[in-house]
Design a protein around this ligand. Structure first.
Ligand SMILES: [Zn+2]
Length: 438
């Protein structure tokens, strides 16, 4: 298929945030990825926007207000005084308090929210935020290096314009925070491919876990063992996603593209190549639906950067023209000893996923999907858009794109809302039928 209109969110400050010495999560990798995106001359083909940090009023669409207040108040200097809250909100150990942490969360969440608003407004067909994808964060708890769940916030935003949103997670870890947030919903289908077993973090996401109550059947988990390679991964990803798309009929897709499922990751035991990882992107892009692409895990920094630069190329449809030899760049020495876009895999790694086990997973999921029906939306309530007129602020290339997006959102909103209800503290809009869809 031809080119798709792509918006790419990037904040030049993102690489300065630092979780602390020895911590595997390094926001610097996003800067490295951006450097390759620039050096590969991908930028003229897309709108590049600088995110406006998310506000508290936007974060509490999902998160508990006490939790967001805590994230804003806590600093490395005062954390000892707040030790009880530190424990309560999961901010110790893997999720340390670091300098300007709230700003960091606001930036990556603001980018995902802005990206969702832009997709809603029809100003982009694909929107990318490599700094986002923090799938472990819970309503009132930090977890697995994640503090604010930008994915849940972005999906909530997409649900204002789309009846059904599909979430696909190819991080090596289970997308537990997103699954939990929509566990009882049939409007969001979550599909997570991940390592499961051997006490691997976070420990959830077995094959039998498929949602609860009204959301039963609308969560899919693909539990895998060590050494998963490109061929085995594709042999599951394609049929599972084909079945999901056929039976769920999504109107928008969110892809969490954690790069810790790549071979050689410091925390992940899979054996995927960058091209194998990127094939998931090609598959989803080809569906032609509004697509939000987010980052996630990824702890071998140089491979994360190569992967996300390559996948930016995939989204633009230009990946085959990206040279195998990396172009000269500010961080060139980091990419040794091969200096290639797709480094060779180390030979001899065993795939512990037996053919029969994969076959069983595939059959179980496909059989379950056969009974699934895409939920309609006869009568739907929703709060107003999170990103309003001044909500999408952009910088750099495509400066006025944000204002135009916001204006368009407001125009559509005026035309489609049917009735304003005010019951209790918060009023809400009632929509009839699916008339609000573009
Ligand atoms: Zn991960």
């Amino acid at each position: 298929m031809g080119g798709r209109k792509v918006t790419y969110y990037y904040d030049p400050d993102i690489g300065d945030f630092y979780y602390g010495q020895g911590h595997p999560m390094k926001p610097h990798r996003v800067r490295l990825a951006h450097c390759l995106v620039t050096r590969y001359d991908l930028w003229p083909h897309m709108d590049i926007l600088r995110p406006r940090p998310a506000r508290k009023s936007e974060l509490v669409e999902f998160h508990n207000p006490d939790y967001t207040d805590f994230l804003r108040a806590v600093t490395p200097a005062n954390q000892e005084e707040l030790s009880a809250a530190l424990k309560q909100f999961g901010t110790a150990g893997d999720c340390p308090i670091f300098d300007r942490m709230a700003r960091y969360c606001g930036l990556y969440a603001g980018a995902s929210l802005g990206a969702a608003a832009r997709l809603n407004a029809g100003l982009a067909e694909v929107a990318i935020n490599w700094a986002g994808g923090m799938h472990h964060a819970k309503k009132a708890e930090a977890s697995g290096f994640c503090y604010v769940n930008d994915i849940v916030l972005a999906i909530l935003e997409l649900l204002k314009y789309h009846t059904r949103v599909l979430y696909v997670d190819i991080d090596v870890h289970h997308g537990d925070g997103v699954e939990e947030a929509f566990l009882t919903s049939d409007r969001v289908m979550t599909v997570s491919f991940h390592k499961f077993g051997d006490n691997f973090f976070p420990g959830t996401g077995d094959l039998g876990d498929c949602g609860l109550a009204g959301g039963r059947g609308y969560a899919v988990n693909v539990p895998l063992r060590d050494g998963m390679d490109d061929a085995a991964y594709e042999s599951l990803f394609r049929p599972v996603m084909t079945g999901v798309v056929e039976h769920f009929q999504p109107e928008a897709i969110v892809l969490q593209s954690g790069a810790d499922s790549l071979a050689g990751d410091k925390l992940g035991p899979f054996n995927l190549s960058i091209r194998g990882h990127g094939r998931c992107h090609s598959f989803l892009r080809a569906l032609g639906l509004p697509l939000l692409v987010l980052g996630g895990g990824g702890y071998k920094v140089k491979n994360v950067a190569r992967c996300w630069a390559y996948e930016t190329g995939v989204m633009l449809g230009v990946e085959s023209s990206m040279s195998e030899r990396l172009p000269p760049n500010d961080y060139y020495e980091v990419f040794g000893p091969d200096y290639r876009l797709v480094p060779p895999l180390e030979p001899g790694k065993v795939n512990h996923n037996k053919r029969e086990a994969l076959e069983k997973i595939r059959c179980t999921i496909l059989e379950r999907l056969r009974h699934l029906h895409p939920p309609g939306l006869a009568f739907h309530e929703r709060p107003p858009d999170t990103f309003t007129a001044e909500g999408v602020v952009s910088g750099g290339v495509g400066e006025d794109g944000g204002a135009a997006a916001a204006a368009e959102v407001m125009g559509r909103v005026a035309g489609m809302w049917m009735e304003w209800k005010s019951e209790g503290r918060i009023g809400y809009w009632v929509l009839m039928g699916r008339g609000y869809k573009r």
